[in-house]
Design a protein around this ligand. Structure first.
Ligand code: DLL
Length: 433
């Protein structure tokens, strides 16, 4: 269902006029209120009224995660703290967290966009949403929660963890929409099976999955296991939280970016050059309606491409393809670039391999080594050693053939790899220690 027909199906020309007006207002605001931006503009001899077209945005330098860290915790806010009603933070793996703030109007905008997103993913006001994204500083839980309420659906604010209890609630309450990370969803399916509960007997119709990379093969696995339609939702704290982009359940082919609020660009991560539609590079966003924490040309480090083709659902907003990785989780193994999601795709093609895996990178005698640990079903594991070794060799060969990197594959018994309660940890890189 398209919740906001006016904005979501607006002819591109009209949309671009609104985007330009909102962009100019944002530029004026950050210049006046955020010393970091004023200084950046002045160093580059840019005045706010130099920005006369969307093309002119390209003159403005990028904002990076390091800029946010340098202004930790509240230095990038464009309003006085009196007007900030909510603070979130993303932990990241290194250094200080990124802190973001929202005015009351920002919270309302976010709720509206999340309501739109849930509707695009198949939810209606008649649905009950089991929200297993974590509540807290992470934006997933509260983001989905406010959106679900705005839509008028009933929300179960279960958060992550306490998995057995989650299954009982699913059985007793009969929720129809599942919102969770894909990795936690697999864990839910596993625990349900142990408890003798089949997802085929539950009432779920749609799943709204995101917050971490997942492959097309993983989607099929989840859809099959849970008997639902699974859509991909994208967002990041720095831009808003969940609900920056989502797939429509009609096409499930790329995520519509809510362009009346966010301007996307794809750049070459090495040179910073803006790339044409269809080319793969780093996703960059400019927010054009946020009050407390606007960002101009923020480098997300996420890798994707943009698709301007019209969609069967009727939305005119551009689509981004599934995120294939991050510039900072790209592994370079003996000079070959590898993303965990590419390995996942290869693994999921093999029968009897379970969707639980971890990549361990080491350095032996100055050479990088990649070990892929992946679980197999009980039956295969208790099979003859020779069969296991054959399977390991086959997977290693596929990884070499598809990705050009040599890996040691180790099949492990069920439940060896730690289960995720939120975002999965896919890589252990011992080289950094
Ligand atoms: O993960 C917001 C979110 C919550 C999105 C719930 C979707 C659902 P952060 O914790 O700031 O915010 O992490 C943002 O997670 O830059 C991506 O690298 C990754 N990410 C988010 N959604 C997807 C997705 C939330 N659908 C970072 N596919 C982003 C791949 C994703 N990666």
């Amino acid at each position: 269902m398209i919740l906001d027909i006016g904005f979501e199906t607006m002819p591109r020309e009209d949309l671009e006029a609104i985007v330009l007006r909102r962009l100019k207002a944002t530029i004026d605001r950050v210049y006046a209120n955020v010393p970091f931006y004023r200084k950046k503009f002045e160093e580059n001899h840019i005045m706010p009224n130099d920005i006369k077209s969307l093309e002119d945005l390209k003159q403005i330098p990028f904002t990076t995660k390091a800029d946010l860290r340098d202004n930790y915790p509240f230095g990038m806010f464009a309003v006085p703290m009196d007007n900030v009603v909510r603070i979130h933070a993303s932990s990241g793996t290194t250094g200080k967290p990124t802190v973001v703030g929202y005015t009351a109007r920002d919270i309302n905008t976010w709720a509206e966009l999340m309501a739109r997103a849930l509707a695009a993913g198949g939810a209606t006001r008649g649905d009950m949403i089991h929200n297993a994204y974590g509540y807290g500083l992470f934006t997933g839980g509260l983001g989905v929660h406010y959106g679900a309420e705005k839509l008028g659906a009933s929300v179960i604010p279960i958060s992550g963890g306490n998995t057995k209890r989650q299954i009982i609630i699913m059985k007793d309450f009969g929720p129809t929409i599942l919102a969770a990370t894909p990795s936690y969803t697999l864990h839910l399916a596993e625990v349900a099976e142990e408890m003798g509960v089949s997802f085929h007997d539950l009432k779920f119709k749609f799943g709204i999955f995101g917050a971490e990379p997942w492959s097309e093969n993983m989607r099929q696995e989840i859809e099959h296991k849970l008997n639902i339609t699974a859509v991909d939702i994208y967002g990041l704290s720095e831009i808003m939280g969940p609900g920056v982009a989502i797939e429509c359940h009609e096409a499930k082919k790329g995520l519509h970016i809510f362009e009346d609020h966010f301007i996307p660009e794809i750049i070459d991560p090495g040179t910073g050059e803006v790339l044409p539609y269809g080319e793969t590079g780093e996703l960059v966003f400019t927010t054009i309606t946020k009050e407390a924490f606007p960002v101009i040309r923020y480098r997300t480090r996420d890798i994707t491409s943009l698709n301007p083709e019209p969609c069967i659902c009727g939305r005119t907003h551009i689509r981004m393809n599934r995120i294939t990785g991050r510039t900072d989780d790209m592994l370079i193994i003996r000079g070959v670039n590898v993303f965990p999601s590419q390995i996942e795709s290869v693994l999921m093609e093999i029968d009897e391999v379970e969707p639980y895996y971890q990549l361990v990178v080491d350095r032996e005698d100055n050479l990088d080594t990649l070990t892929v640990l992946v679980e197999v079903g009980e039956r295969l594991f208790s099979d003859e050693v020779k069969h296991l070794q054959d399977r390991e060799r086959k997977i290693a060969k596929n990884i070499k053939d598809y990705l050009g990197v040599s890996a040691k594959v180790k099949l492990v018994e069920p439940k060896v790899i730690a289960r995720s309660q939120g975002k999965a940890v896919r890589v252990i890189d011992n080289r950094k220690i």
